[in-house]
Design a protein around this ligand. Structure first.
Ligand SMILES: NC(=O)c1ccc[n+]([C@@H]2O[C@H](COP(=O)([O-])OP(=O)(O)OC[C@H]3O[C@@H](n4cnc5c(N)ncnc54)[C@H](OP(=O)(O)O)[C@@H]3O)[C@@H](O)[C@H]2O)c1
Length: 281
């Protein structure tokens, strides 16, 4: 049983208006959240003044450039992608560690690819197929270089109830006319929010610093997800024959991989992916 101690001083939240930032803000509803706006966080000096003023206990970094409508847009917007995904986390990490602030950084599990093995937190990232993945690998490398009171949470293909949300993996599965049917490790957004709440509530005491694969245990494919919805006919969909055929239709390569999330599961008790999907559809 995890012991909690709900008296976190200040907690800075970066990227509150985003897909994850919004879920973290409203899902945790913490009185000590302080929203840091773009004008502040994109200016090193102003940001430092904010740290000097409040000396926050935690900083949550949910800022990122993920690309609209999808990750292909990172290939053509490389400057801003690199700035938000690699440079900003480094600046933030340096300031955090200078002020004794614990950093919770949202990273991506899409820095791994392939089914040669199941990747755990000790494995080196092996996916350089997109500018986005390269920027996320670089962010992790720089944060680790800057200090050690960090939590790097690796998330993959987030899903939740709101099926009209274009970032929701379930939206993609049901709305895209043609899919590739490969098994993947995926993440219920509620699991991310629960992990962050636990870190804050325990004030880190029960959760060692480090990297965590925040994916729900178990493996699932798009066809299996669709089969869980009785009213949806599988024959509505077209399917790519293989990855090569799929990759001809996109700019950046996509990662497909199974991650080992046992390290986090032992602490946070992640819901199984099948149960998580069933509660969302
Ligand atoms: N969504 C996914 O599929 C996914 C999967 C795995 C990992 N992640 C990681 O999770 C983190 C958050 O992702 P997300 O999907 O929540 O991101 P998002 O909604 O696209 O954006 C998050 C925030 O980043 C800031 N931002 C984005 N584009 C910007 C721009 N062009 N200029 C200035 N600021 C900009 C905004 O901050 P303000 O709120 O301050 O305006 C925005 O609300 C990222 O690090 C991402 O790599 C996401």
């Amino acid at each position: 049983m995890i012991k909690t101690n709900k008296i976190v001083k200040d907690c800075f939240l970066f990227g509150k208006n985003g897909y994850f930032g919004n879920k973290i803000f409203y899902g945790i509803n913490y009185p000590s959240f302080r929203i840091i706006q773009k004008q502040t966080y994109l200016n090193k000096d102003i940001l430092k003044e904010e740290f000097e003023k409040y000396k926050p206990e935690f900083a949550i970094n949910a800022v990122g450039f993920t690309g609209t409508p999808n990750v292909d847009s990172c290939e053509v917007n490389q400057d801003i992608c690199w700035k938000l995904n690699a440079e900003f986390p480094y600046e933030l990490a340096k300031i955090c560690f200078e002020f004794g602030t614990k950093l919770i950084h949202l990273s991506s599990g899409c820095i791994f690819n392939g089914y040669d093995k199941i990747y755990d937190e000790n494995d080196e990232p092996n996916f350089n197929g997109s500018f986005y993945s390269r920027s996320k690998i670089e962010a992790e490398r720089r944060i680790i270089l800057a200090g050690n009171s960090y939590y790097i949470l690796r998330i993959r293909m987030p899903f939740d109830y709101k099926t009209e949300d274009t970032k929701n993996y379930l939206y993609k599965i049901f709305k895209y006319p043609k899919l590739i049917n490969l098994p993947n490790s995926i993440t219920w957004t509620k699991t991310v929010v629960d992990v962050i709440r636990t870190i804050l509530d325990t004030r880190s005491m029960e959760v060692p610093y480090g990297i965590y694969h925040v994916t729900n245990p178990g493996i699932i494919t798009p066809k299996e997800i669709i089969s869980l919805v009785k009213w949806y006919k599988l024959d509505k969909k077209e399917w790519f024959k293989n990855l090569d055929e799929f990759h001809k239709t996109v700019v950046a390569k996509r990662s497909n991989v199974i991650l080992d999330s046992e390290k986090g599961d032992k602490i946070f008790c992640f819901p199984n992916v099948w149960k998580a999907i069933e509660s969302c559809i």
